[in-house]
Structure formats: C-alpha cells, structure tokens
Write a protein that binds this ligand. Sequence first.
Ligand code: PGA
Length: 308
Amino acid sequence: MKNATLHQFEVFAAIARTGSFTKAAEELFLTQPTVSQQMKQLTKAIGVPLYEQIGRKIYLTEAGQAVLQASENIGLCLDQLQEVIADLQGLKKGNLRLATITTGKYFVPRLLGEFRQEYPGISISLQIGNRQQILDRLANNLDDLYFLGKPPSNLDINIRHFLENPLVVIASRQHPLVNEKKISLERIIQEPLIMRESGSGTRMAVEEFFNENRLQMNVEMEISSNEAIKQAVYGGLGISILSLYSLALEGVHGPLAVLDVEGFPLQKHWYIVYQKSKQLSIVAQAFLDYLFTHDEAVSIAQIFRKPL
Ligand code: PGA
C-alpha cells in the first residue's frame, strides 16, 4: 500500500466523483490512458479490486469506498497543512524558543515585548540560566536561539555579535569608595567580594581578568543570582562585579553605585548563537532579523542615557 501515490488517490477520487474515467481525465487535464494506468497501479498497490465497470459507468466496491474515504481524508489533511504553512509564513502563529544567560533577562524581555505586539499569535518561551546551563541547552539543541557572552569554541555554531556588555564594580551608595577616583586593583581586592557561582560567564570573565593581573580576589560569598547579589551589596555585605545591565531598572544613581576602578569596565559582549546544522524556523529567523534592527533600543547608550 505504501507504493500508492497522492496523485493516484486524487485521480481515484475524481473517478468516484464523476463516475467515469473520461470525465475524471478531463477534470484533471490528463489523457484517458494515463488515468487507466494510474488506477491499475493503485489497484495493484491496494491489492483488491476498487471498482467495477458496468456499461460505461464505474461503481466502487466496498474497498473502493474505503479508499475514497481515505482520499478525502488525505485531501482534508493537505488543505489543513497548507493553512498552517500559510499562517507560519505570515507569522500568524508558531513557537519561538529562546534561552539566555542570566543577565539577558535585563534586555531580552524588553525586545520580546515589541516583537509580540507585532506578531501576537506567536508563543514564546524564554529559559534563563547561567553560562554552563545555556551551553548544555545549546549542545542538546533544546531552543532556537541562545544569548550568551564568550561563544564556546568546541561547538559547530553560527555566532552573531549582538551588544556590548560592560562589567562594572558595584557597591552600596554608602560605601567609602563611592566618591574615589581611579581606585587601584590592589585596593579593590582588599574589599570582600560577592561573586557569581562557578559555571557563570560573569565569574569566568572576572577570574580571567584577575588572573591576567596576577591578583587574588577576596571572595567573601558566592550567590547564583544577580538580583540577590545586588541585595547583598545593598545590605553592605561587600562589593561585586556584574554586568552594567543588571542596573537597567534603577540606573546608576540609585541605591547601588558603580565604582571607578582601574581597568574597569571590562568590555565584554553578548552574542546570539545557534547550531550550524539547525534550520531556523520562520519565526526564529524573523526574530533574529528583528533583533538586529531593534538592538539600539536596548543598547547601553539607550538604557543609561548617561552611563557612569
Ligand atoms: P552568566 O552570564 O554570568 O549568567 O553565566 C554571563 C555570560 O555568559 O557572559
């Protein structure tokens, strides 16, 4: 039965509808020998007679009735499929699966807001994790697009440079170093530091920086959430080094201050990556195009009109 083709079902349905090979041939712009040939092959593929010819008229056997029913169902399915594809092409529906490192939560949702307004029928999921968790998702091909810092070198991926991501030293507004200029690294390492967990890209970048400068950080506490780190800094537990984006809502003149430290901000970048072998869905491609025409809206310059 697997040898039966869509075309044969279509011809068969036309014969059943018109009751005649000649009329079916006319309807489908085929020659009569082609129609007869197609029916011979369909009968062979199904394995039992599908019709009887009495005089000039064609009558369906019971098996023929069942094949007709199946042909109609196939036709219906194809019509529905055509509608779904048309909707996808018009971006009326579809799924968008995104994953971002934790700092992405300060800008990705903002971008999604406007995108969603343009395409309200699209369902969006946004997974948030640290660098290691996002890399694991990428390796397992769980999402369409991934936002992260330094792209991994061991995966076959497409990499698109997105935004700047300055890492800054933050302290509570009451901290004695707040009004100092050009604080040395030797001075800063005397302060208790609240650090992201291992597996975090922020932590990796900070460790690389201090290693390059042959300095030992004074890690007082490890916290796996940017927001909890901000609260701890605000509570006077120590200073921290986070993406400037983590201050996107309160700005740099609020309860947390950015310290003027030698070598800072560390100029890092965000990237959008996806598997090279992955055929991006229409929705994911549309979102990718959208990102690069709307990135200005979430740039440092735009979020912090006057950064530091
Ligand atoms: P993370 O992300 O610190 O949340 O892992 C930052 C990055 O990967 O650059």
